[in-house]
Design a protein around this ligand. Structure first.
Ligand code: URA
Length: 233
């Protein structure tokens, strides 16, 4: 889609989503949830699909996992107005079930167009379904927090914030992955590394908590992961 002003383009997409019948999800939804945030965001977060509260309000990540996402953003001195937040499907799957491949495929056009308009430096995928859009078959436990190139995009896969709500130990992993984002972005911008060092204790805890984090020791994994982070790909 061609649009001089990305905000206008995003508004057009929101309208299209509101009238979309390309998959059955619209039938059970109260509101479409196209996504929101800065049209010129450096970071775009892509979750899975709207839940109960998102469906009621027509806004992404406003329930419990949204509250945690807000905290994670605040921890790196960002707020939701400065990033763009959306999902792989824009209508709520019934009873919060996983979005199905045909639903994700039907919604792809909207996410593709949003990414093209916003042109973020980095796409952060939140959860399995959004990661699989870029890296099918990958294990989140193996790749979380590591920036990877996918065609013209740089994608950082992360756990879904809701995972931290259900598995307390994952909280440190997500926090550590978020804590590395500012330095990574600075590096992309070509700025000197104003490294906000992840406290060693947090790194150790994060590495220890990561499921299927690989065969190395937790400490080795933490140290490697920091090095990989700056190397990119
Ligand atoms: N979970 C998601 O993946 N997206 C939302 O918008 C809310 C919860």
């Amino acid at each position: 889609m061609e649009a001089a002003d990305p905000r206008r383009g995003l508004a057009v997409i929101a309208k299209q989503v509101a009238g979309c019948h390309d998959c059955p999800l619209y039938k059970g939804a109260t509101n479409p949830v196209p996504g929101e945030g800065s049209a010129t965001a450096e970071i775009m977060f892509v979750g899975e699909g709207p839940g109960f509260y998102e469906d009621k309000q027509g806004r992404p990540f406003v329930g419990a996992s949204g509250k945690f996402l807000d905290e994670l953003l605040a921890s790196i001195r960002l707020d939701r107005k400065s990033v763009f937040i959306t999902n792989v499907v824009k209508h709520r799957p019934p009873n919060n079930r996983d979005p199905q491949p045909d639903e994700i495929a039907a919604c792809k056009q909207y996410l593709d167009a949003q990414i093209e308009l916003v042109a973020p430096a980095v796409v952060v995928t939140l959860g399995r379904h959004s990661m699989q859009r870029y890296f099918p078959g990958e294990a989140i436990g193996r790749v979380h927090g590591q920036p990877r190139r996918k065609d013209d995009l740089i994608v950082v896969p992360m756990y879904h914030p809701a995972a931290a709500l259900h598995q307390q130990t994952l909280r440190q992993v997500i926090e550590a992955d978020f804590a590395r984002l500012p330095d990574f972005l600075a590096k992309l911008r070509g700025e000197p590394a104003a490294r906000t060092e992840v406290p060693p204790q947090l790194r150790r805890e994060a590495a220890a908590a990561a499921p299927d984090a690989g065969s190395g020791t937790a400490a080795a994994t933490a140290a490697e992961s920091d090095a990989q982070q700056m190397r990119l790909l």
